[in-house]
Design a protein around this ligand. Sequence first.
Ligand SMILES: Nc1ncnc2c1ncn2[C@@H]1O[C@H](COP(=O)(O)OP(=O)(O)OP(=O)(O)O)[C@@H](O)[C@H]1O
Length: 588
Amino acid sequence: MAAGDLLLRTQSGLPVLARAFPSCLCLRVPARRRRGAPPLTAAKVDVADAVGRRVRSGGAAVPKRRRSRRDAEEEEEEGLAFSRVVTGRGRGVREEGVAEGEAPEFDAAKSGDESGGVDGSYLSDTRFDQCAISPLSLKAVKDAGYERMTQVQEATLPVILQGKDVLAKAKTGTGKTVAFLLPAIELLSTLPRSPSINLLVICPTRELANQVAAEARKLLKYHRSLGVQVVIGGTKLPQEQRSMQSNPCQILVATPGRLKDHLENTPGFSNRIKGVKVLVLDEADRLLDMGFRRDIEKIIAFIPKERQTLLFSATVPEEVRQISHVAMKRGYKFINTVKEGDEETHSQVSQMYMVAPLDLHFSILYNVLKKHIAEDADYKVIVFCTTAMVTKLVAEVLSQLKLNIREIHSRKSQSARTKVSDEFRKSKGLILVSSDVSARGVDYPDVTLVIQVGLPADREQYIHRLGRTGRKGKDGLGLLLLAPWETYFLNSVQDLSVSQAVVPTIDSSIQTGVKDALGRVETKSKESAYQAWLGYYNSNKAISRDKSRLVRLAEEFSQSMGLAIPPAIPKLILRKMGLNNVPGLRSV
Ligand SMILES: Nc1ncnc2c1ncn2[C@@H]1O[C@H](COP(=O)(O)OP(=O)(O)OP(=O)(O)O)[C@@H](O)[C@H]1O
């Protein structure tokens, strides 16, 4: 342990190594918040009690496109789909023992040793060459550099090979993709060659679909008769149609919206899909939640009942188990590799939250990023924001502050998204400002810090976003930045090891820098961000109940961007949000 390192004890009692800032005098042991403990009281940092609240999805101008042609992901980010609601699933929480002045500063340095502190606990003792897979797959697995199976791979492979339906839960970054692809490819390799689609993998985002296809290509390296294709929104439909016609592949990876498009508009496609023997819902809980569920049900109606179905995710809320029969046979097997009493997040990822009024958020964000960059030359950060337009704004402000920023969200063209995603995967010394398009599944190696600004959509989204760091047993850091009125969210993560950090002292140079940067950002970006912010928080049941409070909070957000008065919003958008005639909102 290096000088200056301190041993933190997480809520689960596991020691986590953290290197404290020299300035951090009082580092306390984060206490475990227990289920059933009383609710959080006031925020413990010395900050003014701001008002406000944040909601899911906000929308600037709404383009006229048919719903069926769009991914639910896209709609949410544009504020059209308000079905997915931010909830702090109150379990009654007490914030234990974090007294004023006692919370540690956010430790912006990567915890663990220089190598990233790889621990092998996500791996099992079983080697791939010890299991019943074909020599062709084994060769490909070796070429990919995989020797031992991960725990979820070891647990699911034999069951899937037996032909059973499986619902599998395993922590983020522990190899779920190979866990479903490998046995499915084994099955496919025994089938006679045909132009049918035999394996259909559905993913909630385009980046994830591309990534799953890339992993499949690795595993198919020596299975020369099998091929994989991707169909995702944001690309040219006729091009995909032509490519499927000229080279029909047995494996199809798709996002739901585009898949439906092909079912409705591509001749012969619904026949090809009748050949599906294995259906995979990756990020199953997301695909079965209200945002996607109807699309998934429609798609499933086209697929033969006689099939094997595999549902994978790092989070499987009880509701998902209840409705899993939508996709699976009743006798399915639930394989949960998260041990009883263990947390759904990784113990080697230090999780902190900070509470501060909105008008400090840009400065805090800048401060934390600067410190992290100074501490870690190989920094690689993802900053998650609530909506596409808020993401754009935050990226613009941070770019103005001369940080090395890339931006990704649903309003970017697919080619720009793919370019940024590929670059971020390969790079270090980069900050990705992202909406929830990067929240699930995407495997960017060596992310050193994940910052979540504002209320995550729900507990699951918090876990998945955090899961972009600490993959494959490596160390990581997570920071959740909330306004005082957002702390109710902590109730829903009270069983995770999330500790409070004090708000750092923001010196005047940071404040001035942020103010100037905001001054250089176009008013249009701020207007769009305001509108999106309003839409997002308006979709939060708890907040939208009190419209005058919502309006007040939106005004606070508008002020935090340096606007003197909140922007006017097109009448049509206000009507779509159900906010027409709400006092305090201006319309055009
Ligand atoms: N047996 C293995 N040994 C070493 N690395 C592996 C093994 N299997 C998969 N990996 C690698 O582990 C990383 C994480 O895998 P993957 O993205 O499938 O995780 P995941 O569990 O699906 O994560 P998430 O919950 O975030 O979607 C990938 O880079 C993958 O190539």
